[in-house]
Design a protein around this ligand. Structure first.
Ligand SMILES: [Cu+2]
Length: 292
């Protein structure tokens, strides 16, 4: 009777713990806004690109493998502690070799690592081989903000700076992540991002977790990466290379919109932002030359 009630208590405790875990996990997921981190989050941000889908899948698979290996080693350790301590086994055997077991503990880890390597390399190739791009965006890391250019769409360039706390709150943007001018891209299109940094500057890193991209922005070098955003919305990232005093204050905000909205934004942006290859307006030159 007493044993039964203990079992019941145990099963109830397990039930409560499971329920708590479910509540905590689903609550965390429900609170998490899409495309940005949420308080107390421990998992990855939600995926919004094929590359991130694969990263999430690979990460989850690895967690299962690591858990199984850790439990297996824990069981072996417990077995040694319980069955082969001085009291339990006062006269230990003098065995020093066991060919079978030595072959096993060499071959099995090799097989496991080989099994992990296959999807790992597939993922690496998916990230590194850039498919034919629909649009190209150039992201430059500056001290300490980003600038974006659309070389195949009107040759304009604009700066993207973090909003101050008060402005972010007013605009409904997340603190330290909202910016004044977002990078805008169309949904379901392959976007090639070419990434560099100010020639007189330092190394930054362009990273957006939901797209599974992170690539260094190196002065005097062009790096490239790609993503295909599969869902409209706003996605936030941060400079991910310790780059100096305002490293924490150069967020990346990407707004993913429909084709029509993107076309409309392009027209507006062409007027709003200067062409980077445009000659200075003639009136300005004339005004400089003619003292009044
Ligand atoms: Cu930086």
């Amino acid at each position: 009777m007493q044993v039964l009630s203990r079992l019941q208590v145990l099963s109830r405790l397990i039930g409560i713990a499971t329920a708590l875990a479910v509540v905590v996990m689903s609550g965390g997921a429900a609170q998490a806004a899409f495309g940005q981190p949420s308080p107390w989050q421990i998992g990855l941000q939600d995926s919004a690109s094929p590359v991130m889908d694969d990263i999430v899948w690979f990460h989850t698979g690895l967690v299962y493998i690591i858990t199984a290996i850790s439990l297996f080693v824990l069981v072996l350790l417990a077995l040694v502690v319980v069955r082969f301590n001085r009291q339990a086994s006062p006269n230990p055997t003098r065995t020093t070799h066991n060919t079978m077991i030595e072959v096993l503990w060499t071959v099995l880890p090799v097989l496991i690592l080989g099994m992990i390597a296959i999807p790992s390399f597939k993922l690496l190739f998916l990230q590194q081989s850039i498919p034919p791009a629909d649009i190209t965006v150039k992201a430059s890391g500056l001290q300490w903000y980003w600038s974006y250019a659309y070389p195949d769409n009107g040759k304009f360039e604009f700066e993207s700076r973090m909003l101050a706390d008060a402005d972010a709150a007013k605009a409904g943007e997340p603190r330290l992540l909202g910016v004044d001018n977002e990078m805008v891209v169309p949904v379901n299109k392959v976007v090639r991002v070419i990434v560099t940094a100010d020639a007189a500057g330092v190394i930054h890193s362009f990273a957006v977790p939901s797209f599974g991209i992170k690539i260094d922005a190196v002065p005097g070098r062009l790096n490239e990466t790609w993503f295909k955003a599969t869902r409209e919305g706003k996605y936030y990232g941060q400079c991910s290379e310790l780059c100096g005093k305002d490293h924490a204050f150069m967020p990346i905000a990407v707004r993913v919109v429909s084709d029509q909205e993107f076309a409309a934004w392009l027209e507006e942006a062409k007027k709003k932002f200067a062409r980077y290859d445009a000659p200075p307006p003639p009136n300005a030159v004339a005004a400089l030359a003619r003292p009044e």
